[in-house]
Design a protein around this ligand. Structure first.
Ligand code: SF4
Length: 337
């Protein structure tokens, strides 16, 4: 499979007045064309920071990429010029956030908001006729009538009636608003979609509809997706591969089968599975993972999971485990040989 996104040894810090928060610590990740990779972990594991780093959108004067490499196709994201980054965002890679209300402008109709994305990228794409992926990349600005037609097409694609394009966000339900956000993200047919907990704020029935729609669109458009979630059920239904993140590192990665077959998992992944109810067993109690993730301002010297791991040995507290690969399955644990 062709590699679309390559991240190597990524380190990201947030600098506060008193402390340095080490949010991402030596992260390695590959994402292939057209695949869906689930990025799973607790709140604070560094999932959103990883996605924001790919967009090179860390908060100004607060978030810093101190080391590493991010390659999106041919583009070296960390050394790209501001104009290359503007071109990349939306046209090559788009991001969907958890709460659709914070992504939509309440003073513009949804049609105006989708059209705005197309207009901006049509202007930026002038002179780039290489890919021919959408009318905006034809080397010319799109005319108003072309934009209008494209807005209708995109709304239909996400299951919204084009007749409602002149309505404002407050006139839509939560699930419909998230469809609008997805429509905006897909307007320029990006090669990569970063979806940060896209269904967490929605009712369970609406979640299923939105996930089904995202899966269909991904197949129709051939878009690769990094799906950030803490919901293993969503991962099982939606993803091709799964990466488990803990304290700013990928500690396990593999196909859905590798992760869900329940053999040879990282102790943290075993703990995640132990924390969710198993309808096939009669056990009444869940087995949550004891303790909390380490303080990112004072990470332990060895394995970051050692303070919570029932299998920890002396070497775990003093030496970081290396990545061990068995076929498609990688685990970062001293127990793996
Ligand atoms: Fe547990 Fe040691 Fe493996 Fe870390 S390296 S997960 S502490 S056994």
């Amino acid at each position: 499979m062709e590699n679309l996104l390559k991240i190597r040894d990524l380190h990201v810090e947030y600098h506060t007045e008193d402390d340095v928060v080490r949010a991402v610590n030596g992260l390695n990740l590959d994402l292939y064309k057209g695949e869906t990779l689930g990025l799973v972990g607790e709140t604070g594991a560094g999932k959103t920071t990883t996605a924001l780093s790919v967009m090179n959108l860390l908060p100004d004067r607060l978030g810093f990429i101190t080391k590493g490499e991010i390659q999106l196709g041919d583009l070296d994201v960390l050394h790209a010029s501001p104009s290359q980054l503007r071109e990349m965002r939306g046209a090559e890679v788009s991001m969907i956030f958890q709460d659709p209300m914070t992504s939509l402008n309440p003073t513009l109709t949804i049609g105006e908001q989708i059209a705005e994305v197309l207009e901006i990228h049509a202007k930026e794409d002038k002179g780039d006729s290489a890919s021919g992926r959408n009318p905006g990349k034809s080397g010319k600005s799109m005319r108003a009538d072309q934009i209008g037609r494209r807005v209708d097409e995109i709304l239909e694609l996400v299951g919204l009636p084009p007749a409602r394009k002149n309505e404002y966000p407050h006139q839509f339900s939560g699930g419909m608003k998230q469809r609008v956000v997805i429509a905006m993200a897909l307007a320029c047919e990006p090669r990569l979609l970063l979806a940060d907990e896209p269904t967490t704020a929605l009712d369970v029935t609406i979640q299923a509809q939105v996930l089904e729609m995202m899966r269909r669109l991904k197949e129709e458009l051939g878009t690769a997706m990094l799906l950030i979630t803490h919901d293993l059920g969503v991962v099982a239904e939606t993803c091709d591969r799964v990466a488990i993140m803990y304290a700013g590192e990928i500690i396990e990665i593999g196909s859905v089968e590798d992760i869900f077959k329940g053999e040879g998992n990282h102790p943290y992944t075993e703990g995640l599975f132990g924390s969710i109810p198993d309808m096939t067993k009669s056990e009444r109690r869940l087995h949550p993972i004891d303790g909390l993730m380490p303080d990112p301002t004072q990470l332990p010297e060895g394995c970051p999971f050692a303070p919570r791991c029932g299998k920890a040995a002396d070497q775990c507290r003093s030496r970081k485990p290396a990545e061990v690969l068995h076929g498609t399955h990688m685990v970062k644990c001293h127990l793996w040989k």
